[in-house]
Ligand binder design. Sequence first.
Ligand SMILES: [Zn+2]
Length: 116
Amino acid sequence: MVAGTGRVGEFGSTPQERRHGWLKNGNPPGDLSTVKRCGARTRRGSSCQCPAMRNGRCRLHGGLSTGPKTAAGIEAIRRARTKHGCYSKAAMLERRQGRVELRILRETLAYLAKTF
Ligand SMILES: [Zn+2]
C-alpha cells in the first residue's frame, strides 16, 4: 500500500473494482445510445425515446401489471384484498344454501299447516 494515494490494497480488491463494467443490479453493461427505444406516443405527438424494457416500452409506458401468475402470488393477493370474507366464494355459497333450506322449511311448514 502506498501512503497518500488513497488506494487500498491491490487493484480489484474492493467490491467496486471487482464489479467494474457491470451494473450493481446484475444487468449487462452496454451502450445506452444503441438500446431499443420506447415507441409510445407522447403528448407532443412524437415518440417517447426512453430506453425500452423487454416489452418494448419504457419504465413510464410499460402498461399496467398483468397480475399474479403463480398460485402463491394469487393467494397472496387474495389474502391482501380480503377484509372480512363476506364476499368469498365459500361464504356466498353457504348463504345461498341457507336460503334454499329456509325456503324448503317454509314450504314444509305451510304444507303441514294446510294438512293438519
Ligand atoms: Zn416511454
